[in-house]
Design a protein around this ligand. Structure first.
Ligand code: HEM
Length: 299
């Protein structure tokens, strides 16, 4: 048995010990036990804000299963936030002609998306009765109103000004989303970078109105087909593959969402007012980085 700090050591200071410095109370002093003495909140709390984070759960029903639904949704919002961060890093790096930093950020985002997608498990097996136990309490609330998810979609090129409308009443969220609408998407930055590298990306693509949904272009498809037919270790091919991984994980998130929804509510209308599964099926069919997929037929 390792020796434990005495109960009183949580509050009393050994001679010469400074609260929070570790002096005399932790590993640095030769003890095998962690520090217990902090003047205020712990450094962990100061960094992680765990106290804030773990008190943001306010279920709307008495059903014990709602906590799982709420926390899964919050966890996904956090992953959306990290992924938007990574794609922002990647976009900036590409703009600065720094593909290495972009690739690193894209690869991190793929691992994060694997975790995001694994978070479907607690909701992937709900029966309609289990979901109904708290569905009514959600009112008109729907993931459709997630601003961070919308930013992800905008960064993928799936732009739509009408998606700002639900956020008119929340100025900060609305401003961030409006900025994202008018910024080049991650894919716009990729295509502009390819053009600067001498690839035959037409001007109507590099100079397009970036607030509009990206539409595939045959010459972009030809560029990817050429890249994929060339040196298998080339930087541009690795960029293409990192983007393909991203696209695949987005597609998997959409499909896991679709299947979870089909299991939990069949073909009922969504709480957000859409046709539910039928609407999500259409959304799931949308291609991410379209030419990266179609170009494969010509390699
Ligand atoms: C079993 C649980 C879930 C069901 C039954 C469900 C159902 C639905 C439905 C029917 C829609 C269409 C819009 C509407 O009419 O409401 C929708 C949209 C959406 N949901 Fe869920 N959802 C579930 C869990 C989640 C979770 C955990 C998230 C995570 C944030 C989420 C995020 C979204 C997003 C982002 C959209 C909009 C998709 C888009 O714009 O393409 N959903 N959901």
């Amino acid at each position: 048995m390792p020796s434990q700090p005495s109960e009183s050591s949580g509050t009393s200071q050994p001679t010469g010990a400074q609260p929070g410095t570790g002096a005399g109370t932790g590993a640095d002093s030769g003890s095998e036990n962690p520090n217990l003495d902090f003047a205020g909140t712990t450094p962990y709390e100061d960094y992680v804000k765990a106290d804030v984070l773990t008190h943001l759960q306010h279920p709307l029903s008495d059903d014990p299963g709602e906590m799982s639904f709420l926390v899964t949704t919050q966890v996904m919002e956090l992953w959306f936030t990290v992924i938007v961060h990574e794609w922002t890093v990647a976009s900036r790096a590409l703009r600065a002609d720094d593909p290495r930093t972009a690739l690193e950020a894209l690869k991190r985002s793929v691992y994060e998306m694997l975790s995001l997608n694994a978070s479907w498990e607690p909701l992937a097996h709900l029966t309609p009765a289990q979901f109904n136990a708290y569905r009514g309490a959600l009112g008109e609330g729907s993931g459709f109103q997630s601003a961070m998810y919308r930013r992800m979609e905008f960064m993928l090129g799936e732009k739509s000004a009408s998606m700002l409308v639900p956020h008119r009443g929340a100025p900060r969220v609305h401003d961030e989303l409006e900025k994202a609408l008018h910024e080049p998407s991650l894919y716009d930055e990729v295509l502009r970078y390819l053009a600067r590298r001498g690839e035959d990306i037409p001007e109507e693509v590099t100079g397009r109105d970036v607030s509009q949904r990206y539409e595939p272009h045959p010459r972009v498809e030809q560029v990817w087909a050429r890249i994929y037919s060339g040196d298998p270790g080339s930087e541009l091919l690795r960029l293409g593959e990192a983007l393909t991984e991203v696209a695949e994980q987005v597609w998997r998130w959409r499909n896991d969402h679709l299947v979870a929804t089909r299991r939990a509510m069949g073909s009922k209308q969504g709480t957000g007012g859409s046709a539910g599964v039928a609407w999500l099926e259409k959304r799931a069919r949308k291609n991410v980085f379209p030419e990266l997929w179609t170009a494969r037929s010509y390699v």
